[in-house]
Design a protein around this ligand. Structure first.
Ligand code: SAM
Ligand code: SF4
Length: 463
């Protein structure tokens, strides 16, 4: 009999990928994903520890779930297995077990391939099963094939962990050291995804461009070479990768942006700050000028390339002059969009121990100023597309009936009136209107409302 599995995911795309793989691991045990936790046989909270309040959110969610768990037990409707996974589990596993003993399983990002054993233990015994090891074996060698199609746009983890140790960041502690999956394993998974209907693959890693592996020819491949091989897969129309570290952008990867048409012209390349003093204190291992030069090289090979970045404001010791250097860098580079964060001291990281913490009101003012500048750049970037026609991968229904929603090559969200049969296809759309966070367009040819024939293939050929 099928059992109900509810997974709530916080944080990065890697967590979204991990949640899908947890569902794959649990599928042979009869678990099927559901959209609500009420009455579920298992609830997994897949957590993020990157900024503060993460643990607070987990504990308040657990409080609500405990009520559902008790109701299920009272109704004699079986046991709800309650689990906390991800980076909060890795960092604060013992505290979770102590504060919320009704939680049945607590496990980190590297051990979810052992879920069947953990479930067996949790079903038998009272008390929590805690598994926050960094096992010697790679979970990827044990994960089953995807239980269901991953959709037209899918994530594929190629690299995990981080050895960079930026002084603000918990990732090296929660995800462990850098690990690259073997090339042949990635190629097999990619081919399987495409055979299941995927047209766009986003390669994932905490430092995705640090990926390296032995190719089938015995030589060591970098990410650029891997992308070239993936581009050979028939039916794979779009390739993306995230998140990159500026230090790991090598020549081959830069060249791929020039001559691999499937590689989308959008790159998330976090710089964090425009001040060399702050970049050094962050242990980023690159200067602001290194970053400018890198951007110039990338735009030199592909003038169409759009960039996004992450920024931290209010890092310990950040002065007005340091922050002005960040605004200057942003003005010079010009971003299609970006993520701006107030520095959040993370337990166990070196920056959290710095005495020169920046007051909250200063952080807030800097955040507003940076967001305003980046917001204006985003509006200008989007406005530049009005009147242009571009290929859109429709991957969802829109909010209004008759509307589809998709992504442009530059990651913009685009909606258009379109026949539902165009869902999961790449279609030429003319952009009619630009808003800060989305574009509105019209499908360029044909009357799709009543077409008996499907013009998608012809359009895809042009995409
Ligand atoms: N590996 C990526 C890189 O090097 O840029 C990013 C990984 S992290 C999951 C995503 C973003 O969270 C970082 O780029 C950084 O801007 C932000 N972040 C990480 N730790 C933070 C902290 N303690 N406070 C505020 N933002 C933080
Ligand atoms: Fe965190 Fe820095 Fe590693 Fe990115 S490179 S995951 S910010 S330690």
């Amino acid at each position: 009999m099928s059992k109900k599995l509810f997974i709530k995911t916080w944080g990065c795309q890697m967590n979204v990928y991990d949640s899908a793989r947890m569902a794959d691991v649990l599928a042979p045990l009869g678990y099927r994903p559901v959209d609500e936790p009420d009455g579920a046989d298992m609830v997994i909270l897949n957590t993020c520890h990157i900024r503060e309040k993460a643990a607070d959110k987990v504990f308040s969610e657990l409080g609500r779930l405990r009520i559902l768990k008790d109701e299920k037990a009272e109704a004699q409707d079986g046991k709800m297995i309650l689990a906390v996974a991800g980076c909060v589990a890795q960092a604060e596993g013992e505290e979770i077990v102590a504060r919320a003993p009704y939680v049945d399983m607590v496990f980190g990002p590297q051990t979810y391939h052992t879920l069947p054993e953990m479930v067996a233990k949790a079903s038998r015994a009272a008390g929590s099963v805690l598994n926050t090891d960094f096992p010697a074996e790679s979970k990827f060698d044990f994960l089953p094939e995807e239980a269901t199609s991953q959709g037209v746009s899918a994530f594929l983890a190629v690299q995990e962990g981080c050895d960079k140790f930026c002084t603000f960041c918990v990732v090296p502690y929660t995800r462990g050291s850098e690990f690259s999956r073997p090339a042949d394993q990635i190629l097999v998974e990619a081919k399987r995804l495409v055979a299941g209907g995927t047209r766009e693959i986003s390669l994932l890693g905490q430092n995705v461009n640090a990926w390296h592996g032995d190719g089938p020819d015995g030589s060591t491949w970098g990410l650029g070479r891997l992308i070239r091989e993936l581009a050979e897969i028939d039916g794979l129309a779009r390739i993306r990768y995230t998140t990159s570290h500026p230090r790991d952008m090598d020549d081959e990867l830069i060249r791929a942006h020039a001559d691999v048409p499937q590689l989308m012209p959008y790159l998330h390349l976090p710089v964090q700050s425009g001040s060399d003093r702050i970049l050094a204190a962050m242990n980023r291992k690159h200067s602001a000028d290194d970053y400018r030069r890198l951007v110039d090289r990338l735009r030199g090979v592909n003038p169409d390339l759009a960039l996004s970045s992450d920024f931290i404001v209010g890092f310990p010791g950040e002065s007005d002059a340091d922050f002005a250097a960040t605004l200057k860098l942003v003005t010079e580079v010009g971003y299609a969009q970006s993520y701006c964060f107030k520095y959040s001291p993370r337990p166990g990281t070196p920056a959290a121990l710095e005495s020169a913490q920046v007051p909250e009101d200063v952080k807030e003012a800097r955040l507003q100023a940076l967001q305003q500048l980046i917001g204006a750049q985003q509006v200008a970037f989007n406005q530049g597309f009005v009147g242009r026609t571009m290929p859109i991968l429709f991957d969802r229904k829109g909010r209004r009936p008759g509307q589809l929603l998709g992504r442009s090559p530059w990651m913009q969200s685009v909606h258009a009136e379109a026949n539902e049969r165009l869902l999961n296809s790449i279609v030429e759309v003319r952009i009619d209107d630009a808003r800060p966070n989305s574009l509105a367009g019209s499908v360029v040819t044909g009357d799709y409302a009543s077409t008996a024939h499907n013009p998608v293939h012809a359009l895809e050929a042009r995409a």
